[in-house]
Design a protein around this ligand. Sequence first.
Ligand SMILES: [Zn+2]
Length: 406
Amino acid sequence: MPQGPTPPSLLFSPSHWLWLLFRLSLARPHPGGAILTGSRLGFSSGLIGRARPRATAVAKSEKGNINRGVLKVFGCLLPVGLLAFPLEAISAAFLFPTANRALVNPGGESSFFVGTAGKSWTSGQFGCVRSGGHQMHEGIDIRCQRRDARGEPNDPVFASADGIVAYINTRPGLSNYGIYVILRHRIEGLDIHTLYAHLREPRSGLRTGLSVKAGDPIGVMGLTSNTRQRISQDRAHVHFEINLLLNDRFVEWHKKNHPGQRNDHGLWNGHNLLGIDPAAILKAQAAQGRSFSLLEHLRNQTELCRIVVRDTQFSWVNRFTPLIRRNPIADREGFAGFEIALNFNGVPFQLIPRAASELKGKTGIELLRVNSAEAQSRGCRRLVQKTKKGWELTQKGISLIESLIY
Ligand SMILES: [Zn+2]
């Protein structure tokens, strides 16, 4: 078993109920909409994208009401929320997905990460660590500790947090991740997914929709992948990701924007999963203990750039509501768009509602500013580029935002 106590059920923590109250308060002024109705509170609903009204269908007064609801609820629940915070922090803990916990030992990184063929362990980390820093690795490669008589890895792989099974790919030929499992979690009001790749096999009986507890075995480590260069025995690892799902209407977006292109994994297409660094989270938890908060961790991401979108209803708003900041002007006037801060991997980690009077540009997506230091040191996702006219979003960047707000 991995480390630590099994966290208490997320469903019954005090802050879950605060979250429930918060979501219900948002639902009231907006009874007809698919968004903000609280229908996605349960894990059982809405795994697959569904229709929702476009921003234009929402009357301005309704937008205003939503904001006043946020204001009211933030105002009265904030003190209680602060009291409840330590309890939520306990339930937010991620467990190591295998028995390998060398990451938290001084100098233990080389026993924890596996590098790419012929490269050091650093290329097994998350981020711009591949192809001389020019290519992104969206997860971490955790080294095998157990082998069978034939030298094949057989470490048990465990659920990192309480959740449900969202997706199992049992056809290794369809992905460079080989056989993999995705779990869905609700942590501090955030819709989080963990992914476990290159498995030999998923645990027998594991199926989509099944509830799992943190620490439950979900499969066995393997070497599966569809890449031409196979994973060698000495590089045996589990590729582990902590993801935020970009849009629950991704399948429709993909069909419209890439007609004729295959989308073997539907909602679980790699382009719809935005990774955050699992090692940073596991280390922060080890250092901070019960005071660790995933929400704070997300809020403290380094900004790559800041954009504005003239859209108010997209699934991120619904699934990552705690990342929305207050704006008194939008509270008063109603909001017509969002200002969004993105980290280097394109994760929208801060959203500020903006009133129509605050939106200067006319275009649907506008780049406000770029953190050039971050763009230079961690630019492998190529979301922004510097031209003679200054910084602009690349086609990749625009595509990411379009699929976010679709
Ligand atoms: Zn990997």
